[in-house]
Ligand binder design. Sequence first.
Ligand code: AMP
Length: 379
Amino acid sequence: MVTGYSTPEEWGSLEGKRVLVRVDFNCPVAEVDGQLEVTDDFRIRASLPLFRELQARGATVVAATHFGRPRGEVVEEFSVAPIRRRLDELCPGVQLLENLRFSPGEEANDPAFGASLVEGIDYYVNEAFSASHRAHASIMIPPTLVPSAAGPNLLREVTTLESILTNPARPFVAIVGGAKVKDKLGIVKVLVERADTVIVGGGMAYTFAAAEGRTIGSSLFDPDRLEECGRLLETGRVEIPSDALTLPSEASFGPASGDEVPEVVTENIPDGTQGLDIGPASAQRFAEIISGAATVLWNGPMGVFEDERLRAGTETVARAVAASPAVSVIGGGDSVAALQMFHLEDEVSFVSTGGGASLEFLEYGDLPGLRALREGRGA
Ligand code: AMP
């Protein structure tokens, strides 16, 4: 069990009190009839039980979020107005402050800006796990000034990720993919220590393949990480693809797709060719490993899944994760997008809302915003 966090239940009656809740309502929006509207209100709906509970106990709820990247300036297109409209339909009475990032003080972690957020506020709740890896003012300063607590969704993320790190049911299989090996090497290093098998796919797998002495054509490659990948392979717990779906180096790929049909290449990828998805033999082998797992952690696609020609590897892995009776935790970002693409998001145990935050938590075991909550004024 996660310890060290206060919860809002500890505050008792909130009659006449004002509670500031830091949320992540960074929702997708699109223009509908000439005005921006929220197109996916999942993040808003996830906060409603907390808002309603606080209101039922007599509190006035003030919510605060970042939205897009206005970089410290007031930019009309990043106004929270569409989010406010949707929130008002779902939970009347909750006030939503204007975009925190309209002030340069937010990202600069300015104490004066942080203090301004809690003027007239009695309590603070951090319900934004996905923003807690950033030492920004709205995350860091309120816990030093008013009694502060962890929100239920934040606590659920921390509990789930922590139990995977400290006490996973075994075998524990981790799957790491995505483009850049440098972004994910830290997490692979941690997982090699904790998991029984770490499957590596996506663009990052080719630096591992090169470390095995295989040729990789013009696939993604990071020479600075070659040695480290070699050391990780020596543990015997890292599984990399044996075959790849490839296109000629000059071929275009992506969501708009192209005409060329990808070719399967086993072992060595020749010059003039790039690997863009795991091949069918690798997909099959990975699915078998996943089917034997008791715990699965997945972060990052196996290939350029936005391109339908280069989607099969990610789809096979996603279906294997969904079909597995294992505790399955999906680490945010592109893996969640992939799950949604195949309508499998309800088939897994836990979908983390924080892409960067969940990776950082798994790598370092803590986040700046969580530390601030534990070390703050609590109840
Ligand atoms: P990341 O943000 O690091 O999780 O990477 C996700 C992106 O990696 C997706 O947009 C994929 O299209 C891309 N990706 C996955 N595999 C490859 C590959 N073999 N070559 C190039 N890009 C890839």
